[in-house]
Design a protein around this ligand. Structure first.
Ligand SMILES: Cc1cc2nc3c(=O)[nH]c(=O)nc-3n(C[C@H](O)[C@H](O)[C@H](O)COP(=O)(O)O)c2cc1C
Length: 163
């Protein structure tokens, strides 16, 4: 099935799925991986490919895994896991085995990792990245960078969507 079929069958409210549902971004392999909550992102088209865009700060441990891998997954979970997403979005895998503090479990997805309990998993292949530039941040968004560093934008090809 080509990507057009995948996209035609995949229905979502793109303005809500990241901001309201949140997602887990997971990268690495069976031996070593990490996952974190993300709620800023988008989906669309670039270079005639279906793509997903996420914004990751340099401080995130997960970012090291994104950097060292070609693939990562985005997992969208049922509402009952909201508290688990809060844990994975506030603790760092650098300091603890945070996944074991939740009711979630990881599973291999192709050559990367995903989350067993996900209702949708998007397998992503990195295509492009760019660090945000301080000069280009509008006044209204400067408050997001008072305590933490500028995001890196990652654009990744949607390889498959597992529902
Ligand atoms: C709802 C929610 C959304 C978040 N979205 C993002 C995001 O889009 N980008 C980002 O860099 N951090 C985001 N975070 C923060 C990370 O999930 C958080 O810093 C996490 O502890 C990083 O874990 P790690 O160090 O194990 O990678 C979000 C946190 C929450 C609770």
């Amino acid at each position: 099935m080509g990507w057009r079929n995948i996209i035609m069958n995949f229905k979502t409210d793109i303005l809500e799925i990241f901001s309201k549902q949140w997602a887990l971004l997971t990268a690495g392999n069976k031996e070593k991986f990490n996952t974190m909550t993300v709620s800023w992102g988008g989906m669309g088209t670039l270079w005639n490919k279906p793509v997903v865009t996420v914004y990751i700060r340099p401080e995130r441990y997960t970012r090291e895994f994104i950097e060292s891998s070609e693939y990562f997954t985005l997992s969208f979970l049922p509402e009952k896991y909201r508290d688990d997403l809060k844990i994975l979005g506030s603790k760092s895998g650098r300091d603890c085995d945070k996944l074991s503090m939740t009711s979630l479990t990881a599973k291999p997805v192709e050559n990367t990792m995903g989350i067993e309990q996900a209702e949708k998993t998007i397998l992503c292949r990195k295509l492009y990245k760019q660090d945000f530039c301080a000069d280009n941040i509008p006044e209204e968004a400067k408050k997001f960078y008072e305590k933490e560093q500028l995001h890196t934008m990652y654009i990744a090809e949607i390889i498959s969507i597992i529902e």
